[in-house]
Design a protein around this ligand. Structure first.
Ligand code: AHM
Ligand code: MG
Length: 351
């Protein structure tokens, strides 16, 4: 804790607002609502393993609530915390095919909220860390309600982004473009307290994170990069240790604090990989950049990609800048064929 002071997330958000002289408080309120949604989701994720034994017949639990898959619960909580506040003009969720409009009876505001309500949800049943990812854009269209144009902005235009990790403790990490700050949920008081101020990626990275089960289908450049990360190609640098959880938020968070690189590259079969630009990659690219790191799709910065589809996928290589740039070099050297296939997808000409 910085100089022993206890700083709640509410207080921190208000202090950050002072950095923006024209702030109306809408944005501050929005971050507040996200933090509240995170607490509600955290409270349910810690009970995830109990659903089966607490559940009564017909899928109802002992409280008379219908049992729900945790990711759908998280999706609904984030929507309900934000649909009526007058701060958002539209929302987008990884769980919803289309943009989510603000119901007609409520006023529309000037921000767009994009979120992955519960990423890594296949890990829920095996008690492995999962997370929520969020990104906030400013409305740019002229009408009263938000449109796709408002949502499909490059990450360089983000107003704020962050994530929540539901792990051995729950943490919320966010940035408004003034550094990256981390808060740990103290369950005894139900507050997020500042625990990691101004996070910067350590200069000496420790880990690489990739699903090496896919080695066979990786392009030659990615295979060569992995060899390099492991120090197989020469003795002139220390190999990194491998860590892969299969929960993007958890893998990213560990590498943010310890230094390293996460990669989920494209290959010839899925040239754009698996990660979603709007719900996963944009937010983490913004945070990485603020923490002194870098995020690339293999050919350039994720921050600069002009999105064309709400659910578009993107190869993601994120972490310490030099490690990510080295990956770009390997791709430039070995993966011409892949680059030729991927570029039209990046530009929205083909899928
Ligand atoms: P999800 O959005 O369906 O939960 O999938 C995203 C997850 C990431 O958290 C993780 O990094 C990746 O998928 C793991 O994929 P794989 O099992 O192919 O390694
Ligand atoms: Mg996801």
């Amino acid at each position: 804790m910085p100089d022993g002071k206890i700083l709640t997330i509410g207080r921190h958000i208000l202090d950050q607002q002072k950095l923006y002289p024209h702030a109306t408080g809408a944005f501050t309120g929005l971050l507040h609502d996200i933090a509240l949604a995170a607490k509600l989701i955290a409270q349910q994720t810690t009970r995830a393993g109990l659903l089966d034994i607490l559940g009564a017949t017909e899928g109802e639990n002992i409280y008379g609530e219908r049992q729900q898959k945790l990711d759908l619960f998280a999706d609904r909580v984030i929507f309900q915390m934000n649909d009526h506040t007058g701060r958002l003009c539209v929302m987008g969720s990884e769980e919803s095919e289309e943009l989510i409009p603000i119901p007609d009876q409520f006023e529309a505001g000037k921000y767009v909220l994009l979120f992955d309500p519960l990423d890594g949800s296949s890990n829920i049943d095996v008690n492995v860390s999962i997370g929520t990812i969020f990104a906030i854009h400013r409305k740019i269209s002229a009408g009263e309600r938000g449109t796709l144009e408002d949502a499909l902005q490059p990450a360089s235009k983000l107003v704020a982004a962050g994530y929540v990790i539901y792990g051995s403790s729950t943490m919320l990490v966010y940035s408004t473009g003034q550094g990256v700050h981390g808060f740990t949920l103290d369950p005894s008081v139900g507050e997020f307290l500042l625990s990691h101020e101004n996070i910067q990626m350590p200069p000496t990275p420790k880990y690489y994170s990739a699903n090496q089960g896919y080695t066979k289908k990786w392009t030659p450049g990615i295979q060569a990069y992995l060899n390099w990360l492991q120090g197989l190609d020469s003795d002139d640098h220390e190999p990194l240790a491998g860590r892969y959880i299969g929960s993007l938020v958890a893998d990213f968070h560990r590498n943010l604090l310890r230094g390293g690189v996460f990669l989920y590259p494209g290959d010839m079969k899925e040239p754009a990989g698996k990660m979603r630009l709007m719900f996963e990659a944009q937010a983490l690219a913004f945070i990485a950049n603020q923490a002194g790191g870098y995020a690339s799709d293999g050919v350039g910065s994720i921050l600069d990609i002009q999105p064309h589809d709400l659910h578009q996928r993107v190869p993601l290589i994120v972490g310490n800048r030099d490690l990510v740039e080295t990956a770009e070099n390997f791709i430039r050297e070995h993966d011409n064929e892949w680059v030729k296939t991927y570029l039209p997808i990046r530009q929205g000409h083909t899928r």
